[in-house]
Design a protein around this ligand. Structure first.
Ligand code: ADP
Ligand code: MG
Length: 245
């Protein structure tokens, strides 16, 4: 077998705003850089509509397996309103290499991490935190119901579109840990509780919280949390029927 020279690893794209990609989008700005690739805001040239696109580093997306997986998963979950909508899967060439691009809905809003950081004391009140947890649990319930999981729930993957009496949220990004096993669903449950726990002040403020909060957070002990909640729907039901003393 002839040896092929391995291509140089692409470590960054760093597209300049104004660049045309895939013959129909213009790069607007860089949204984030991660392990799998870079995320940009794009403008669709034909319509002027803004989109978000993840450009995968080829070594993180061999034979386009990861990007295709996300595309299929977002498509399967397209009726879950908490998730961004998938649009298209594109292929471009960058430095002579094939690069796959996942184009999805662009969500205008503020990252949960930033929202919390600008609150007084960098934390939410208990009732705001409960509203946040309820919105997340109700949204993710639909994903678990379809025997799927998110896999990467944390405050940098949650965008707040509107905040009023309650939250209007969208989840971006997911992670593929393999098939939707009970363990993967349990990981989402644990991460939901952790987001709530952190949002109301984390370990520093935990001792001063009322027993109703402790009954939900279970001291952040995974086994106790999972004994109480097996999926996101259980958390939602619990919150809707809990009684404040
Ligand atoms: N559809 C989107 N709409 C708006 N912002 C987005 C969207 N997707 C990603 N972002 C922003 O880009 C950041 C990185 O994107 P993400 O998909 O989380 O990739 P990664 O964590 O692998 O870098 C997010 O934290 C968010 O701020
Ligand atoms: Mg992310």
């Amino acid at each position: 077998m002839p040896k092929t020279t391995p291509s140089r690893r692409i470590k960054q794209f760093r597209f300049t705003p104004g660049t045309t990609v895939a013959g129909k989008y213009t790069i607007v700005s860089l949204l984030g850089t991660g392990w799998e690739g870079e995320v940009y805001t794009l403008r669709e040239q034909g319509t002027g509509i803004l989109r978000a696109a993840k450009f995968f580093f080829p070594h993180r997306n061999r034979r386009s397996r990861t990007s295709t997986f996300y595309a299929k998963k977002l498509h399967k979950l397209r009726h879950c309103p908490i998730l961004i909508q998938y649009h298209t899967h594109e292929t471009i060439f960058f430095e002579g290499q094939r690069v796959h691009v996942l184009v999805s809905e662009y969500v205008e809003g503020e990252l949960l991490s930033r929202f919390i950081a600008r609150q007084p004391g960098q934390r939410l009140s208990v009732f705001q935190g409960l509203h946040l947890l309820h919105t997340l649990a109700a949204g993710i319930e639909g994903i678990h119901y379809l025997h799927e999981y998110h896999g990467d729930l944390h405050d940098e993957n949650i965008i707040i579109r509107r905040y009023g009496l309650s939250f209007d949220l969208k989840l971006v990004d997911m992670f593929h840990w393999g098939s939707a096993s009970p363990e993967n669903i349990h990981e989402d449950v644990f991460n939901l509780i952790r987001i709530f726990y952190d949002s109301i002040g984390g370990a520093k403020h935990y001792p001063e919280h009322p027993p109703e909060v402790k009954a939900i957070c279970c001291g952040l002990k995974r086994s106790l949390i999972l004994k109480k909640f097996r999926n996101a729907g259980h958390i939602r039901q619990y919150l809707e029927t809990m009684q404040w003393h």
